[in-house]
Design a protein around this ligand. Structure first.
Ligand SMILES: [Zn+2]
Length: 219
């Protein structure tokens, strides 16, 4: 990996044919930025990160943007996963029946949706390393803003999800819930469709009997 670094503002870009902002204290390039080209080891030294931490930040950065069809970026993502010990995640294809829609009744029943979310997470998702689940939360934070998370037993997560979905179902603009399971993001998600938008509750399986759940703060 090759980086460009502005020492003054501590802005670090990963250089491929494109540029990806890995660390930004100022939100990106400023007129007075002066960049130097760094190797991976030099970048670690300049910022004070371990190589593991750098690999994690690069992984989060690249997974936060659409890198489909970009072989260079995909290769870097795989190299980071190898360094982080994440490549051992079994690539279990999610069974088709895990994706089938729920009954009509469940689609507006918060308790049923919370139970189904956890049931699908446990039956359809691979158990991933806890630090990989946390990295997925960081990606989601970039998209959804501040999140509340619960990392716990299946029943703890179900209770947390039930509370959030209950509040969403009582909102005046609430339309319906939808449940999806994503191979690509290794998560299950209930989306609450609201008039003029949607919000979601997302779950990863970060252990045999353990789930990590995230939802936007303030729901
Ligand atoms: Zn700068």
């Amino acid at each position: 990996m090759i980086f460009e670094f502005c020492r003054e503002h501590k802005d670090l870009w990963l250089c491929t044919q494109r540029f990806h902002l890995v660390l930004h204290s100022t939100g990106g390039t400023r007129p007075d930025c002066s960049y130097e080209r760094l190797t991976e080891a030099e970048a670690c030294g300049a910022i004070g990160w371990s190589q593991t931490e750098l690999a994690r930040k690069v992984w989060v950065t690249l997974r936060s943007v659409n890198i489909k069809g970009l072989p260079e970026e995909l290769e870097i993502v795989r190299a980071c996963e190898a360094r982080l010990g994440w490549q051992s995640t079994p690539q279990v294809a999610i069974p088709e029946d895990a994706k089938t829609p729920l009954s009509r009744r469940s689609l507006s029943d918060p308790a049923a949706m919370a139970a189904e979310l956890c049931r699908k997470a446990c039956s359809a998702l691979p158990a991933i390393p806890p630090d990989k689940a946390q990295a997925y939360v960081e990606i989601l934070e970039r998209a959804w803003g501040s999140l509340d998370t619960v990392d716990g037993s299946v029943s703890q997560v179900e209770e947390f999800a039930r509370g959030i979905l209950g509040r969403l179902a009582r909102q005046p603009g609430f339309v319906v819930f939808m449940l999806d399971v994503s191979d690509d993001d290794e998560c299950a998600q209930v989306s609450a469709i609201l008039q003029g938008g949607f919000t979601g509750v997302r779950v990863w399986r970060n252990g045999r009997e353990r789930l990590l759940c995230a939802a936007p703060t303030g729901v």
